[in-house]
Design a binder for this molecule. Structure first.
Ligand SMILES: [Ca+2]
Ligand SMILES: [Ca+2]
Length: 233
């Protein structure tokens, strides 16, 4: 994090917003630099049984997939809040009519509120034109300043549709994150590539760099390997 960026953010919007923005930016830089040359939600808090093989795509139908992740495979700092709530258990993507629903099940209950200086994010990175470069991030976040927020962010245009502007619905309950958007919102792709991620970060008292931990699916590698993109449907 550049000190001037941090200072501006402290002055104007608070540390957590800055940390979230910078972390998101770092994530996107990783993705863009590394991938640039590469070629049913039930809507309830009840987690359905998912029994597919770890890290392998399971097709539930012509337009529905699931993938299981390892348990307790969060990487990064041990000293973060909600470590279980950022441990991805499984994700599911379903198309129903013109709607796409993204569900993420976590290893622990989602926090109603984050401790001071803590922020967390759960999301899906989407490549809708097949060039291996991220086009959209669909996410929900929770931080001690703003509480829960959902958003759709375009890293190319920097357009961010969040809160009431989100072109869809977002909910979180129990251990599940659920988001639904209209396909037209992201250009009605016939297929898309996706990557699921979580992040939590905490302002450090001893460093300008926040403590950070997170989980990734597929695998637990940094999202910098084009082979990690998964295709939907
Ligand atoms: Ca996991
Ligand atoms: Ca792309």
């Amino acid at each position: 994090m550049r000190p001037d960026t941090l200072e501006k953010a402290k002055n104007h919007r608070g540390f957590l917003v800055a940390a979230a923005t910078v972390l998101l930016s770092l994530t996107m830089m990783l993705l863009v630099s590394a991938c640039g040359d590469s070629g049913s939600s039930d809507g309830s808090a009840t987690s359905p049984t998912v029994t597919g093989p770890l890290g392998k795509l399971t097709r539930l139908g012509p337009a529905a997939i699931e993938m299981l992740d390892d348990k307790s495979d969060v990487t990064g700092s041990e000293n973060v809040q909600v470590r279980s709530a950022i441990d991805i258990n499984w994700v599911r993507i379903e198309q129903q009519g013109e709607n796409l629903t993204f569900t993420m099940d976590l290893g622990g209950p989602l926090p109603s509120a984050m401790a001071p200086s803590n922020a967390a994010e759960w999301g899906f990175i989407l490549d809708v034109d097949g060039d291996g470069v991220p086009d959209w991030l669909l996410y929900q976040s929770n931080d001690s300043t703003n509480g829960w927020t959902a958003g759709l962010f375009n890293p190319k245009t920097k357009e961010r549709l969040s809160g009431a502007q989100l072109p869809g619905t977002a909910s979180h309950e129990g251990t599940d994150i659920i988001m639904t958007i209209n396909r037209a919102t992201i250009g009605s792709p016939q297929t898309l590539k996706w990557f699921a991620y979580t992040n939590v970060f905490v302002k450090s008292s001893t460093s300008t760099e926040p403590l950070q931990a997170g989980d990734r699916l597929p695998g637990n590698a940094a999202p910098d390997n084009s082979a990690n993109w998964q295709v939907f449907p």
